[in-house]
Design a protein around this ligand. Structure first.
Ligand code: B12
Length: 211
């Protein structure tokens, strides 16, 4: 099985083929991590590049992201293990104004696979919603994702709202998303940044003292 076929099917936005090809790749011995790193993630990077060159528009971006989600749907059950005691609890959301959730979903899946319990708050999560989630149930980590430079400030607003509500004691804040950096993480006073899902698992383990 050529991972290139999965890559091409994502670019065509052909979710049915992606599903079939991913199943085939796994049956032939590819690991979920391999399929993600070698075909699904590079395909979305190419989608972004084509969007920048005005070869793709929002509808193409959307159908490609659905095709990628179809592939992740096949891989998710294979990555989420049966753990009796959670390593830690993570509340995760994409910040206000931002609808991009593929990366966040991937990070959630990988964290679950590593034994974390996830409270997925979804996308376009207002600061008050993060606050309410933490007031409702204590978590070890709050994860925030932002995919646009224009929505990065919502992370800072969320940090301020959490601080104002007195919720930052004992909770670590983990941030990520394509436009982010360690510098930005430090600037807003978050506890950790990771550039991708595997690094997110390492960082989260470190933050709960299990790394
Ligand atoms: C798919 C996509 C969409 C889809 C999203 C579907 C979905 N359900 O997510 C749709 C079509 C809806 C969309 C819409 C828009 N998009 Co868009 N989109 C993309 C695209 C092509 C890919 C993003 C993606 O899914 N990547 C794959 C995942 C796996 O990677 P990732 O998200 O980066 O996540 C990884 C890491 O960042 C990290 N990570 C992510 N989150 C977190 C969280 C934590 C805690 C941690 C530790 C790590 C972490 O780990 C992840 C896994 O490895 C990007 C291009 C790009 N290069 O990023 C543009 C992009 C983000 N979009 C862009 C734009 C402009 C838009 C629109 C404004 C377009 C429009 N005119 O309407 C709208 C905005 C909608 C909104 N309000 O949010 C721009 C943003 C530019 C900017 N200002 O910064 C980009 C960069 C494209 C471009 N080059 O111009 N988009």
């Amino acid at each position: 099985m050529d991972v290139r076929e999965i890559y091409d099917a994502v670019l065509r936005g052909d979710g049915t083929s992606v599903e079939t090809l991913v199943k085939q790749a796994v049956a032939e011995g590819a690991t979920p991590q391999q399929v993600i790193a070698e075909s699904l993630v590079p395909a979305m990077a190419e989608v972004g590049a084509r969007f920048e060159r005005a070869e793709f528009f929002v509808p193409e971006m959307l159908i490609a992201s659905r095709a990628m989600q179809a592939g992740l749907g096949v891989l998710r059950p294979l990555m989420v293990g049966e753990q009796s005691t959670a390593v830690g609890r993570v509340a995760m959301g994409t910040v206000q104004g931002d609808m991009h959730d593929l990366g966040k979903n991937l990070v959630c899946t990988m964290l679950e696979g590593a034994g974390f319990e996830i409270v997925d708050l979804g996308a376009d999560v207002a600061p008050e919603k993060f606050v309410a989630a933490l007031q409702q149930a204590k978590t070890d980590i709050v994860g925030m994702s932002a995919l646009m430079t224009t929505t990065m400030p919502a992370m800072e607003r969320t940090m301020k709202a959490l601080a104002k509500a007195g919720l930052l004691d004992g909770v670590k804040v983990l941030v990520g998303g394509a436009p982010l950096s360690q510098e930005y993480c430090d600037e807003i006073g978050a506890n950790g940044y990771a550039p991708d899902a595997s690094a997110a698992v390492r960082k989260a383990s470190e933050l709960v003292g299990a790394g």
